[in-house]
Design a protein around this ligand. Sequence first.
Ligand SMILES: [Fe+2]
Length: 261
Amino acid sequence: MQDIIDLTRFPLDRPDSPEWQAMVARARADLAREGMFDLVGFLRPEALAQAVADLAPRFDAEAFTHARKHNIYFRKDIAGLAPDHPALTQFETINQTLCADQIGGVVQRLYEWEPFARFLAAAMEMPALYTMADPLARVNAMRYATGEGLNWHFDRSEFTTTLLLQAPDKGGDFEYRTDLRSPDNPNYDGVAKLLTGQDPDLKRITLTPGTLNVFRGKNTAHRVTPVEGNTPRIIAVFSFFDRPGVLFTPEEQIGFYGRAA
Ligand SMILES: [Fe+2]
């Protein structure tokens, strides 16, 4: 893996070393404080260039264009909330998606590398994490061209692991509002305030290519702003679960990818 990741800086291969422990401790502290952590420069520049070169023709030829209208909950209605409540405002999300069976090379190798899952589990303070069995969902690559973005939502999964492969010239920023809701308090009025641009606690980060980002998005609302300019935003998304063998149903596969495996 030394050709993909600088293992001196990021010693994922040495889980018994003090350097590994320190990396995990930093990640945990960042997660506790910010709800996310970044490993800037995680992927070597040559590996990054290779990954983009591998994916670009496949995006052009065979990606699924995923366009959908959704609210922040990805649900049609919410019990106890009037259909016209501003928390249910609909937004549009568009991207091109490649599935695991269309992705090889660097991105696939990293996903399959067991020390990667081991490090993520330690950072998330979970006993173990496992790659998915789903032939489409295991690892995805998304491309956002000009005008496209990922609109406001809460994640359905506990955490999300992404690797930015290419940054746009402008736009494509990651915006988030930490702990906008909690398991006891859905805070619909707070959600409405965010969606109408009136939340002073909104934060924004611009990721650099090669950065690994791990994000707790279940209660932290987030979006990727529309891309501007001719360079698309390209990001790899890795899916891990607390148990092996997780599969999507054919209906879920069609919903996310336009086809079943
Ligand atoms: Fe998300």
